[in-house]
Design a protein around this ligand. Structure first.
Ligand SMILES: [Zn+2]
Length: 520
């Protein structure tokens, strides 16, 4: 069945223009495969005319079989005063051998006169020639109308002429672009509606988030007659980014109730978002709508109490529908409900009547008073709750002693750690070097424990944060260390607090490994 709204992903082209985003060819292939299995309809792989890396990508991608998505190469209309068949950049588009080619052209008279510096007629010919040439080569042609809205506001008749030129030459889609990201949703809606009434071909929308309404603008266009939306995963893109498809997809599916990607993909939305961040080596934004770790986090006691009775009271949708989870934040505001829900979400059978509840609540408040923070350290909290519920569980291991040293040889500084752990009756000693004292300590501890618990070899640290809690006390101030660890499948956070940064780190490391051993 044809979807009512087509999703066109440009993470690998427009998205890679974003600050701090740099995909290798191998990265691009991994992202493309993920997008394909998720079920987007088009994947714009790059601009072969702009760099050799993108040419290489298309050469490699040619050998892959995509199940759902059509691959698109991106470029521009031919140069002015150059016959299209002699245009180098257009030739590279054909040589990319993709089923879809997307080209952008000028809508705005201002850009034609001041940037392109050619006559309005020449611009129309550039659009028509290029679209026709690509159609003659059997391509599905998407025409991106650059500055469509700004251009229309400046000179509506000419803007329409440019879109009609693309349509008449055979473009399969005319995509209206809010290139500068400065339009209001009402303007986008009105102009899209006009375009849809004047053109016979299908209309798409491409927005940027410069005014914070990239997603809203895309939806306004979809409601006004567009049926194809371009954007990027997590809103990557130049300046403040492109329209975020990770928001658009659930909005179209759940709120507009129109079909886009397969329904079975929606619960994989958070995974897709995290995967692309992982490949781009970008820390996941906790405040991302729908998929961020804070998207369904509840902190205030009364909210938590209400959510416990009726989830929909403070949630716009069930988080599981997009692969997210409710997250009950524990803090000084914590009431009994927070603790009960948090404990339940961590897998403990706890109710408001559990006798240990009071001790758990007191222990958490006491520890928070000492400087611990559990919002990003659920694993440490699990261990704390487990300890109280099981009344002094047997320890899986203890760290009997450790030593950390640092020296500098010539220009290179080297840290070394020795650790002795006890597992039952066994004692393991280990020594390791590292980039810094904590890295060395982590390595020594992990290797020592792995002798009894081989599964710990797979654990890696993904984040390490240090905060000085009590600045006024100077060097006597306490240090809070937050560590995030992963076994490749899931992530967990642990916390340690001490006046000594190494001690605090060790505490968080020990919690992390203990949690890894208890986790199923
Ligand atoms: Zn763009």
């Amino acid at each position: 069945m044809k979807p009512q709204v087509e999703i066109y992903d440009t993470t690998l082209r427009d998205g890679s223009q974003g600050e701090g985003i740099n995909f290798s060819v191998a990265d691009k292939l991994r992202v493309a495969e993920k997008l394909d299995s998720f079920g987007v309809h088009y994947i714009e792989g790059g601009w072969p005319g702009s760099n050799p890396k993108d040419i290489e990508f298309f050469a490699q991608a040619k050998k892959k079989k995509f199940k759902n998505a059509k691959l698109a190469a991106f470029g521009s209309t031919r140069k002015k005063a150059t016959p299209v068949e002699l245009d180098e950049q257009v030739r590279l588009l054909i040589e990319a051998e993709t089923p879809v080619v997307t080209i952008y052209g000028k809508t705005s008279m201002l850009h034609v006169r001041e940037v392109l510096r050619c006559t309005p007629e020449e611009n129309l010919a550039m659009i028509a020639d290029t679209v026709k040439y690509l159609k003659d080569h059997g391509k599905f042609v998407v025409y991106d109308a650059e500055h469509a809205f700004d251009g229309y506001k400046l000179n509506a008749e000419y803007a329409l002429d440019t879109w009609r030129a693309a349509e008449k030459a055979g473009a399969d889609f005319v995509v209206l672009c809010d290139t500068n990201g400065g339009c209001l949703p009402s303007e986008i809606a009105a102009i899209t509606k006009t375009a849809a009434s004047k053109l016979n071909c299908k209309i798409g929308i491409h927005t940027h988030d410069d005014s914070g309404v990239g997603v809203a603008n895309a939806l306004a266009a979809l409601e006004a007659g567009a049926c194809h939306v371009q954007g990027t995963v997590n809103g990557y893109g130049e300046r403040t980014g492109n329209c975020n498809l990770i928001s658009v997809i659930p909005l179209v599916h759940f709120k507009m109730k129109k079909s886009c990607v397969p329904a079975k993909s929606l619960p994989k939305l958070k995974e897709l978002s995290g995967f692309v961040d992982e490949v781009a080596n970008i820390r996941h934004n906790p405040r991302l709508p729908w998929v961020g770790s804070a998207a369904f986090a509840h902190k205030g006691g009364t909210h938590v109490n209400a959510v416990q009775k009726l989830a929909s009271s403070y949630e716009h949708i069930n988080p599981e529908l997009v692969g997210n989870a409710r997250n009950i934040l524990i803090s000084d505001l914590a009431g009994r409900s927070n603790i009960v829900m948090k404990a339940q979400s961590l897998g403990f059978k706890l109710t408001n009547d559990t006798p240990e509840l009071r001790s758990i609540l007191e222990a958490i408040k006491q520890r928070e008073h000492e400087g611990y923070e559990y919002e990003a350290a659920s694993a440490s909290m699990s261990l704390l709750i487990r300890g109280i519920l099981t009344h002094n569980p047997e320890l899986l291991f203890t760290v009997d002693k450790y030593h950390v040293s640092m020296r500098r040889d010539d220009k290179q500084s080297i840290c070394e750690a020795t650790v002795r752990v006890r597992v039952g009756k066994k004692i393991h000693d280990e020594v390791a070097e590292g980039d810094g004292p904590v890295n060395a300590l982590d390595s020594a501890l992990r290797h020592a424990l792995a002798k009894s618990f081989p599964k710990l070899k797979k654990i890696t640290l993904t984040d390490y944060k240090v905060r000085i809690i009590d600045g006024v006390a100077g060097t006597g101030a306490k240090t809070r260390v937050l560590i995030t660890s992963t076994d490749g499948k899931s992530e967990w956070g642990t916390v340690g607090v001490s006046e000594n940064i190494i001690e605090a780190s060790l505490e968080a490391l020990v919690d992390s490994m203990e949690f890894a051993l208890l986790k199923k």
